[in-house]
Structure formats: C-alpha cells, structure tokens
Ligand binder design. Sequence first.
Ligand SMILES: [Zn+2]
Length: 259
Amino acid sequence: MKKCPGCGYSRLYQLADGRHKCKRCGHRFRWRSVWSASRLSDATKHELLRRFVWGVPVYRQRFGALASAPAIERFYRLVRACMAWAEEFREPFAGAVECDETTFGGARHGKRGWGAAGKVIVFGIVKRNGQVKAMPIAAHSRAEVMRHIQAHTREGALYYTDEWQAYATLKLRGEHVVIRKEKGKPVGRDHINGIEGFWSYAKNWLYPYRGVPRKYFHLYLGEVCYRFNHRTDDLKPLLVKLLKTTSIQDISPKLVQIR
Ligand SMILES: [Zn+2]
C-alpha cells in the first residue's frame, strides 16, 4: 500500500508529474516499488524470480546467467527483504503455540554450544498446525525472549516450551506446558514437534546456499518464514505482487547490515 513517508497516511493525491501528495501533511514524494527500483529488465526479473522460487542459488546459475553474480545477489537481497518485511506484519498468534530457540550456522570446529563464534541464535514461535514467526536474538537473553513473546502472541495463549528458565514467567500470561525430555525424546504425550519441524525445514532451505552471510542472516530467516507460511501457495505470482506493491523506502532499513 502506498503511504506518505512523512506521516504514514495512505490517502494521497496523484500529481501530474507522477509524484504523490499526502492528503494529511501535504508532503510531496515519488513512490517507487522494489520491482522498479531494480534496473534489470522485466524478463530477467521474472526469470530470476522463477529460479529463486525453485531454490536455485546464484552459484548454480553461472552457466545460464542472466546477469552478473553480484547483480543477481542484489536482486535476491531485495526479494528477501520484501519477504522479511511482509512477515513482520503477521498478526500475533493466539491459541496453542510452541516456542523454542535454536542456533544456525557456525563452524564444526571451535567452541560448541550457546555463544559459539559464528553462530546465530534464533527464537521461534509456531501456531499449532499453522504459521511461524522467527527472529534472531542478540543474546541468550530471557528479557529479549519475553519481549518477543509479548509482541507476537496474544495474552491467554497456551504455550508449549522446553524447560529453559526464560519461560518461567509464562504462566502469568497464559497456560504453560513444559515439555520434559529424556535422551532427546519428549516424556509423555506433549511435544513441540511443530517448531522443531520448522527448524529442520529452515536448515534444509538454507543449506544449499552454502553459508549464509551473517550480516544478512535476518533476510534469509525472513525468506524461510515466508516460504513456510506460504508452503501451499505458488510463490511466483505472490512475489511479483509483493515486489510491485512494496516501496523501496519501506525495506531500506532491512538492507542495513547487521554487525
Ligand atoms: Zn503525510
């Protein structure tokens, strides 16, 4: 949706020179979609998107390349930023939800476990039999996890988690079922298979990319959430529409490199 970059209002005048004028604050601006912000030809963008939907990484396109590898990377970065941006607007979850944390990446050698160099810690929430939200967390921090739970779930939800201390106060917010595990297997009938299924889905998607750059990890995570949440849809038309209706201004904060 077209919005005023000054005040966020969405009712606009169309000016004769192609610009828009905000009906509330009078700000004049040029609205540019992500699609038109990329200077590749339309045919190239359509074909690149098709390959992206199939999961063909840039290095596997080298013999049928439609553009230089950096140009394709740049275009895919825009696509991922749109997907990550769209995922942010997903409504908070109610009902039965599963929360869990995991790590992505990191070398096989060196330190292991939480905080090991090169790893990214990710917190995720799955609505039972439904959709997912996942976000990188800066530290293995209780406060940050609770902040995400408050932002992304509704009060009164039924939470399924593992035994981690960070979840100790969840019973104040809703019902809380703690899954105890012995030798990696849950004890009893309760489980967090939904979020664990998403972790393996995400890791399988990211593996062929051969090492996701840490500074853009948040975009790749947005991509896999979007793919998972649209897993029964044909992504190609959805992505064309997303790129044409998203403003380059909206996603530019996402393109800032993290650390
Ligand atoms: Zn305005």
